[in-house]
Design a protein around this ligand. Sequence first.
Ligand code: KDG
Length: 361
Amino acid sequence: MKNLIRQTSVVVCLACSLLLPVSAFAKSDSSTALNFPPIPAVKGGPVNAGSQDFTIKFGIGLAKASAQYRGLEYFKKIVEKRSNGHITVHIFPSAQLGDDLEMTSALQSGTAEMTQPSTSPLIKMMPELAVFDLPFLFDNTKQVDKVLDGPIGTGLLKRISKQNNGLIALGWAENGFRELTDNKGAITSPAGLHGLKIRTMQSPVQLDIWKTLGANPTPMSFAELFTALDQGTVDGQENPWVTILTSKFYEVQSHATATRHVYTPFITLVSQRFWQQLPKPYQQLLRTASTQMGVYERKVSRDIDSQAKKKLEQNGLKITNISAAQRAAFRKKARPVYNNFKSQIGEPLFDNVMKATGHAQ
Ligand code: KDG
């Protein structure tokens, strides 16, 4: 029965995606086209694991023009080549198979094989992931890589995989530093957020951040966001520059503020049911390919971040850069969120992340 409901929701999602505004799927033209670093060559020889064939349906929320999609293209190239064509990867962008939460439950029920959600919507299922949503936690990508690629990030992947919740966590990629957009005007202080109807990810931490800052937040899946902005259900949203560009939010938002208030990682997940059917050498291949995808996708995301910001300005979005002092005022006002989620994150993890990011008091 559960499966039937999920399969039905996949069909409904596919049908819904056909009804989305044309602009959400419009082809990128020169006013929005970004220069992506080339997809690297595949390293390593063939992986032999018998004659059985496997198919991976890999669904993501972002559009084809995103760094995330580009990362998946590299993953597909590695896996198909090194398995000698015994594993085929089909990529489904723009939430065609469902939003982050729907895709994650499709993996659990075995109706899809892989996905790569933001960590934020998974917090209810994996409470420790709340740590990444803490406001103004990371100042730069060096700190990010230290946390994701060091013992903290690898430990989290292992713990999540051992939870026996139908998911195996294979690696980290990058959604990115989030920036604020709105339809009201430049927002240079927490006072400017007063009463602003802002869409947040489906995360209790994000909700708390925007309430603490004085806005009026509504959690909503990414798949519903363009329409909500277009119809004025919400006045604003927050996402990395690349997503704001590739999802055409500049068509329905007039202003942006370069807040970089939260860094969101993507987590690469595979269905445990599928995993258990895979021969060990293919399991290792998926792990290696996920790590290589994560390295490349982060490079893409970082290379195109400032390009995307420029393109947004060229497309009429009025972007305000805030000073260090203004950013510090946002950070100070949002600080109570740390204490609100400290016990849910758990002491060793919370303390280790505070140390790694230079926030330990
Ligand atoms: O696949 C990822 C996206 O669906 C989503 O997580 C993007 O940052 C995002 C958001 O705001 O929901």
